[in-house]
Unconditional design. Sequence first.
Length: 395
Amino acid sequence: MPNVQAVSPPPDGGYLGGNTAEGQDALLSLTSGLYNTAAGLYSLRALTGGSFNTAIGAGALLLNTANENTAIGAGALLNNTTGAPNTAIGESALFFNTTGNANTATGANALVNNINGDSNTANGNGALASNTTGNFNAAFGASALLNNTIGGRNTAIGRSALSLNTTGSFNTANGYQALFNNTTGNFNIALGQGAGSRLTTGDSNIDIGAFGFPGESATIRIGEGQTKTFIDGIRGATVVGGVPVVIDGSGQLGTIVSSKRFKKEIQPMEKASEAILALKPVTFLYKSDATNTPQFGLIAEEVAEVNPDLVVRDENGDIYTVRYDAVNAMLLNEFLKAHRKAQEQEATITELKKDFRATVAQLTARLDEQATQIQKARVQMEASKAAPQTVANSQ
């Protein structure tokens, strides 16, 4: 192998070993490296035996000694020493990278502060600019994952997506400023402009077209300000053994649990259910119903006057609907009370019937006895009347 060491004065562009250099001190230290291209002041200046590197721009890959790096732009991969294979396109892209591997930075200052983070992709001015040791991050858009330092396995698509994230990991943000304020939260997913932008430190949230709330975790939010929801595949689909889904005044979906392990201060309902006896069922039509389908139910405001605990209020505190599940439980309690009362009355009637039958039997026995005695008396009377006549006849 012929010696491919740089010569002085250097030839115009070409060296042995497939190397190309243009610019002051470009490929200055080359000894045995092959197929390198350096164009620009100090580009690939420190390279000795590394091969297959491309540096275009002043200071590009200045300190590099490794193989298969590509730097296009002034200062791109300037501090890289042994990291490979990296690609940096843009002024100061991957500027401070030293030993980080398999990084791709496109845009001015993209991954500028990366030191030894691996397998990061940054596309956009300032994308992943603060990353130092974080791995497997992907940022597409200006300032995407701008402040990330050691957080790993994050994906940010859109300008300023996950911009304030520092150590949070496993987050996915798609949309302008999606998950913008997240700092240390993990496993969050946000889709849409500003989606999840209010989240800060919470984990495992999914926000689709919703801003979310600071600090919350394990929450799914879909939509912000919509008034109608249509989800195919529900109507007509029977789920055996399922439970009803309910919604509270703030729009949260859930189910009502009945297991004792979820409850406290359990007391018999007793007279509390008597409130439903004052309710006034009505028929009505919904104003928004163009079909004018007859409805049957209660007026929430009237129910609140009877028992405020039987209504649900919206996020503004206004009366919204009736807790029909609670009304049903009260109806059951009143039914059971009436049923027990009916049973008691039936038992009383049964006892009265028994007493009546016993009394009738006693009276009947007495009457029979009296009838027998009367009959005996009648016979005796008849006999006493016949006796004198018999004596007279014998005389």
